[in-house]
Ligand binder design. Structure first.
Ligand code: MN
Ligand code: MN
Length: 503
């Protein structure tokens, strides 16, 4: 075979489909795992991805990527680079490691499910590489974080976070279990690869890689750039699967899967990428604002892509999404800062006078809304009333995204009709949602979500003892040494030192 040109054997090796005769199709591809939507087998066999790769090519390419990324890590790891990084940037990468490292590994379960239960051989072939990709991503993420341990013990949250009941970890697990661990092959292709990877991981990975280069964090930049090259390949499973659904009259089903996961992805990236880009990255190193990145990667590129496929924008686009884009990440950043003992990194307020000017320029009106609340926090910090800048209890969280409710901020900004949460009584239990789309996602599949207890449900059920912030921190596995502190010890709030007068 090696003597033949690639074009003469490639199609045969990537795309060998046959009709099963000894068993039923439903036994080979059970609906719960495969979700073929009644589309006939032969129609699935037209599945075609644009990026084609053979196993020898795959192994060759991946070895090269690993060699270069580990080489950077070996060199940088011995240097003093990490110690010299800005404290806000350190917060951004610690948050990233905890939220992303293990989920990368778990995404391999999702890819493996498509590799077994995808309805076309070409798809299963592609997903096999995807499984190997995600295994690599889990490994390099945890390895890089491990290398930071002697300088930052909380780098172990790269491995630890997802094994705890820390609130952000609960939110991430709830999302990722919905998207991949507990998902079927077709929904996975549309939700994980099409919506999440094509749309949102670009934002965290390309956007953060650009900022990392400017910050001078070669280690992190090479890590996430290397990962992104794999994501760009395996995310194409989404579009290939989407085309089959649309061509076979399943556009409505496709739309619902996308609408569901677009909203969920927005909530988590609005939180994580939002504060990383607009508050934690040093001002002089910011390539774009979070809002500009959202415009470029989500509003322009991604939406064009799904319009080309014949889909509509999600139903909540104008009414909820574009409105949240104007306030949500500023509110969650402030919430994370205030509840900083509950996270494994040191939140950077990011609101020194120069930073506020930048925020006002990028988000006109910021000073009159969020700026005023930061004024109060700053006043308390200046007179040493630090206790007043800290929480005494836990905030209400959403029963879908599991993220604390920031509705009053949206209401004050004139973007929400009321500061009240969205409630639902279902099966005799009361559920609380941050937003109409989170409630809508629940109502589409109540059986899928109804049994989960949010952190606050657990608190109210007496599962967190003692029932106060200290008990909550213990439940979240956060020791006093680990809990987040103000990243700059309130330097942002202090007046600039006046230059010495000439005598
Ligand atoms: Mn990955
Ligand atoms: Mn991926």
């Amino acid at each position: 075979m090696p003597k033949l040109p690639r074009s003469e054997w490639y199609d045969l090796t990537r795309d060998m489909n046959w009709n099963v005769t000894y068993v039923e199709e439903s036994q080979v591809w059970p609906d719960d795992l495969s979700h073929g939507l009644g589309i006939p087998a032969e129609a699935w066999w037209t599945w075609d991805e644009p990026y084609k790769v053979t196993y020898p090519e795959y192994v060759h390419n991946q070895t090269g990527k690993d060699e270069s990324v580990y080489a950077v890590n070996r060199v940088v790891g011995r240097s003093k680079m990490f110690d010299s990084l800005d404290p806000g940037w350190k917060a951004a990468i610690l948050a990233h490691y905890g939220a992303i490292a293990l989920p990368e590994y778990v995404a391999g379960i999702g890819e493996a499910r498509m590799a077994r239960f995808g309805r076309a051989a070409a798809w299963r072939n592609m997903a096999t590489y995807g499984t190997l990709d995600e295994t690599r991503h889990g490994q390099i993420h945890t390895f890089f974080a491990y290398g930071l341990l002697d300088r930052e013990p909380r780098a172990d949250w790269a491995h630890k976070a997802m094994h705890t009941n820390e609130w952000g970890a609960i939110a991430a697990r709830h999302l990722f279990d919905d998207m991949f661990t507990a998902n079927d092959a077709v929904s996975m292709a549309l939700q994980l690869t099409f919506t999440f990877e094509t749309g949102f991981t670009n934002l965290q990975f390309l956007g953060m890689a650009a900022d990392a280069m400017k910050v001078g964090d070669l280690d992190f930049s090479s890590l996430i750039s290397s990962i992104q090259t794999d994501e760009a390949r395996h995310s194409q499973q989404g579009e290939a699967t989407m085309k089959i659904l649309v061509a076979n009259g399943k556009k409505e089903e496709a739309q619902q899967l996308v609408d569901h996961m677009f909203w969920r992805s927005w909530k988590i990236f609005g939180l994580l990428t939002g504060f990383s880009m607009d508050y934690y990255t040093p001002l002089e190193n910011r390539s774009h604002s979070f809002g500009e990145f959202m415009n470029e990667f989500i509003i322009k590129q991604f939406i064009d892509q799904f319009r080309d496929l014949g889909l509509e924008r999600p139903w909540y686009w104008e009414s909820h999404f574009l409105k949240e884009l104007e306030w949500y990440h500023h509110a969650t950043h402030m919430g994370v800062y205030f509840w900083r003992p509950t996270v494994w990194w040191n939140p950077d307020a990011g609101v020194s006078p120069d930073e506020r000017d930048w925020l006002e320029m990028k988000y006109p009106g910021w000073n009159d809304s969020f700026g005023k609340i930061w004024d109060v926090i700053g006043d308390n910090a200046r007179v040493g009333r630090i206790a007043d800048t800290l929480p005494e209890t836990l905030p209400m969280v959403c029963n879908m995204c599991q993220i604390p409710l920031c509705n009053p901020a949206g209401f004050l900004m004139g973007k929400l009709p009321s500061p009240e949460p969205f409630m639902l009584i279902h099966g005799g239990r009361k559920y609380t949602f941050c937003s109409e789309p989170c409630k809508w996602i629940f109502e589409q599949q109540p059986a899928r979500f109804q049994g989960h207890l949010s952190l606050i449900d657990r608190f109210l059920a007496g599962m967190i003892q003692p029932p106060d912030l200290a008990g909550g921190l213990a439940y979240m596995s956060i020791s006093p040494e680990e809990m987040g502190q103000d990243a700059t010890n309130f330097a942002w709030a202090m007046p600039p030192v006046a230059p010495a007068k000439a005598s």
